[in-house]
Design a protein around this ligand. Structure first.
Ligand code: 5RP
Length: 263
């Protein structure tokens, strides 16, 4: 992939990912997120390890990130082997001013939430389009077990009636003409809520429903957001300190950035 082939959004994702890997130090165990932005991060980390000889162990949040991490030369271990992580870096579908997130567009929300929660720190990497005033324009993914999933879906819909949301449509996520299956063998129901008035309450209530494994709202998990722009600008915001850095990452022109861009 040559730099000139990258869209402004890809450039924004790349610069956010590139800046975030600077927070990684040799000896750390890192949670590796899932999605196209996280895929840039894995490649950038592999590059830093090759160039600087960093020793890093990675806990991937999906089967596809595990494959990518191995290709990038990162030692892959399980969460049970790691037990606790220094840092997780992952993408997001939306983030608000309080760093509440909607995640799960790529279907990996369960492993992502477990890994991020087991980390001292979570850094989210995002192009600026992911920044929202109120969560909910992006459909909220809810992972449910296959047994009785239609009953679980009906219970979710009933629950939404008493929630502060604008829309109540739900949809079983498909992969072609079959249900999408998560790495845990579960299904995903996407909730088209348009606006979520109280994400914390919604998250708690959804997780009370039998059959629901987890939902894509990440509350009080993210510590910092690295936001990338298509022109190479990058901002680092910390939950405690606010805007801590505005900078720019030069994207090497005409370079053969990375050979594999399948994610
Ligand atoms: C996967 C996720 C991703 O982080 C989210 O969907 C963002 O993906 P991308 O970086 O491709 O925009 O939550 O479950």
């Amino acid at each position: 992939m040559m730099t000139k082939d990258l869209s402004p959004m890809d450039k924004a994702k790349f610069v956010a990912a590139r800046r975030a890997v600077d927070f990684i130090e040799s000896g750390m165990t890192i949670g590796l997120g899932t999605g196209s932005t996280a895929a840039w991060m894995v490649r950038c980390l592999g590059e830093r390890m090759r160039e600087e000889g960093l020793r890093i162990r990675g806990v991937p949040t999906s089967v596809r990130t595990a494959r990518l991490a191995r290709e990038a030369g990162i030692e892959v271990i399980t969460l049970d082997e790691a037990r606790w992580l220094d840092l997780t870096i992952d993408g997001t579908d939306e983030f608000d001013a309080g760093f509440s997130l909607i995640k799960g567009g790529g279907g990996a929300l369960l492993h992502e939430k477990i890994v991020a929660t087991a980390s001292d720190r979570m850094i989210v990497i995002a192009d600026v389009s992911k920044q929202v005033e109120t969560l909910g324009a992006f459909p909220l993914p809810v992972e449910v077990i296959p047994f009785g999933w239609q009953t679980t879906r009906a219970l979710i819909e009933e629950t939404l009636v008493s929630m502060d949301v604008l829309g109540r449509e739900t949809a079983l996520r498909l992969d072609g003409d079959k249900p999408f299956v998560t790495d845990e063998g579960n299904r995903i129901i996407d909730l088209h809520l348009k606006r979520i008035g109280n994400p914390r309450r919604l998250s708690l209530v959804l997780n009370q429903i039998p059959g629901v494994v987890e939902n894509g709202l990440f509350i009080d998990i993210c510590d910092a957001v690295v936001t990338g722009y298509g022109d190479g600008r990058v901002e680092v915001r910390d939950i405690a300190e606010g805007l801590v850095e505005e900078g720019r990452i030069e994207i090497p022109e005409g370079d053969n950035l990375f050979s594999d861009l399948s994610d």
